[in-house]
Design a protein around this ligand. Structure first.
Ligand code: FAD
Ligand code: NAI
Length: 476
């Protein structure tokens, strides 16, 4: 007799494990199936985010930023350190320990919430008699479970360049990029998106000569133009070489490294020899091994599971969330969808506001935004007012010694409602939350301008940018 569950979740990343916990909180009997293995073959829930994404990349960004600070900025504070050395193996081991803490934490949370965890690959068998679906779990052993409701949260995989598969030695996906054992002399990256910039920053700080090749002529096209320009200026100054408008041609992988032929924006043929090549050109939804076709689960032309606004698939009682469906591939978006689906299964009104999903790029300076950019507002024909405030005029930023960038507000010209907030600068990842809250409550720029912000704090730049919308900054 198969084990019966109210809810079976396939995938234990941020979409899946959070959906499982929320469903259990709502009183359901829940199973969560995840196949990720740690280096000993044991369970490692948390998905891409925990194992080869958000968490390990931020660990390496932190370590490399400390190194950068010690090398280049400590002397400004009167601290002399002598020669600063980086033990890359130790940095990577620390990152692995951080990942393990998160894996263990998720296993603990699942247990605490009485979610039954299955380690193995989940795949559809067939519709179960009496409703729901039979799901086979293929792990160390094989068993079948039945879920009255099924939530698919199978995530995404790195997209490879056609004809150049990842070998994770010379040609690296995000996985290999997070396991490089020694600083390469020359590092190439294809794609100056989020991963390209974050990983490029890590290895540049550690001493690699980094070249990022980007196909599009515009830098960070989804980011507000003024903010992207400011960020590019900072990256140029740091020596992160970003070539825009290139066409990547042949890639030859040899024993000692990789040779990339490309045409630059002037139409010239260029050869780039690098020790390692990271390919970060986007990700593809993952439905490998689910047996989607066996049960008639509808996928779109990109391979994403087709869902409606409530994350319902075409199969009754089957839902899908996170990277495997439409929308931004972000951990917090996956989590919000996971919670909303669990609540909808319980008959509640799950809520995800796509207009207030924040984005953060964890470079230095950090880039963070929520809502529409100036170019989007122009394209949408919306009349708006803009206000900016530079960190150069913020006392806390000066004390920190990090005055790059600005906060920018975009507000409706008539109603003053905040339509977008864009930040490039120190701790933008934390500062953006205030803007998200404000937009969720449909606040006006004046609302933020009238709120008391602690002094001295970076958040005063947010208040001042809101004041700038009405052309009445106090400190600039
Ligand atoms: P995933 O996290 O991919 O989890 C899916 C899980 O399902 C995996 O464990 C997989 O093994 C399992 N699985 C798949 N198929 C099956 C099956 N058939 N049976 C059993 N298990 C299965 N996002 C942010 O918001 N902030 C960041 O800072 C950030 N940094 C990132 C850095 C990198 C380098 C990368 C690659 C991504 C980053 N992301 C970041 C994106 C983020 O990781 C994803 O958006 C997020 O992990 C998606 O969550 P998910 O639950 O949909 O899928
Ligand atoms: P991305 O979509 O951010 O960037 C890909 C870049 O590659 C784009 O600029 C694109 O124009 C370029 N490109 C595509 N094909 C190309 C080609 N053939 N030649 C040259 N350039 C090419 O994708 P990325 O960086 O791989 O990251 C995947 C996703 O993971 C992100 O979109 C994001 O959703 C998530 N992520 C989020 C992070 C965060 O929130 N801080 C960090 C890292 C990843």
């Amino acid at each position: 007799m198969s084990k019966q569950f109210d809810v079976v979740v396939i995938g234990g990343g941020p979409g899946g494990y959070i959906a499982a916990i929320r469903a259990a909180q709502l009183g359901f009997n829940v199973a969560c199936i995840d196949e990720w293995k740690n280096d000993k073959g044991g369970p490692a829930p948390g998905g891409t985010c925990t194992n080869v994404g958000c968490i390990p990349s931020k660990a390496l960004l932190q370590s490399s930023e400390h190194f950068e600070q010690a090398n280049h900025h400590f002397p400004d504070h009167g601290i002399s350190t002598g020669t600063v050395k980086m033990d890359v193996a130790k940095m990577v081991a620390r990152k692995d320990a951080v990942v393990k803490q998160n894996n263990d934490g998720i296993l603990y949370l699942l247990k605490k919430n009485k979610v039954s965890f299955f380690h193995g690959r989940g795949s559809f068998v067939k519709a179960a008699e009496g409703g729901g679906y039979e799901i086979k779990v293929a792990g160390a052993t094989e068993e079948t479970v039945v879920g009255k409701q099924v939530i698919l949260a199978t995530g995404s995989n790195a997209r490879a360049l056609p004809g150049t598969p990842f070998d994770e030695v010379n040609v690296l996906s995000n996985d290999g990029a997070l396991r490089i054992g020694a600083t390469p002399k020359k590092l190439g990256l294809i794609g100056s998106g989020v991963i390209g910039l974050e990983m490029g920053s890590v290895w540049r700080r550690l001493g690699a000569e980094v070249t990022i090749l980007e196909g599009l002529p515009t830098f960070l096209g989804a980011v507000d133009e003024q903010i992207a320009k400011e960020a590019k200026k900072a990256f140029d100054k740091q020596g992160l070489k970003i070539e825009l408008g290139v066409k990547v041609g042949d890639i030859k992988v040899g024993k000692k490294g990789v040779n990339v032929s490309y045409t630059n924006s002037k139409g010239e043929a260029v050869e780039l020899a690098v020790d390692k090549l990271i390919v970060s050109i986007g990700r593809v939804p993952n439905t490998i091994g689910l047996n989607a076709e066996g049960v008639g689960l509808q996928l779109d032309e990109r391979g994403a599971i087709v869902v409606d606004g409530d994350c319902k698939t075409n199969l009754p009682g089957v839902w899908a969330v996170g990277d495997v469906v439409r929308g931004p591939m972000l951990a917090h978006k996956a989590e919000e969808e996971g919670v909303a689906v669990a609540e909808r299964i319980a008959g509640q009104h799950g809520h995800v506001n796509f207009n207030t999903v924040p984005w953060v790029i964890y470079t230095s300076p950090e880039i963070a935004w929520v809502g529409r950019t100036e170019q989007q507002l122009k394209a949408d024909g919306v009349k708006y007012k803009a206000g900016t405030f530079p960190f150069l005029a913020n006392g806390r930023a000066r004390a920190l010694g990090d005055t790059t960038g600005m906060v920018k507000f975009l507000a409706d010209a008539t109603t003053d409602e905040i339509l977008g907030v864009h930040i490039v600068g120190p701790m933008a990842s934390e500062l953006i939350s205030e803007a998200v809250v404000a937009m969720e409550f449909r606040a006006s720029a004046e609302d933020i301008a009238r709120i008391c912000h602690a002094h001295p704090s970076l958040s005063e730049a947010t208040k001042e940018a809101a004041l700038a919308v009405d052309k009445r900054t106090l400190n600039f």
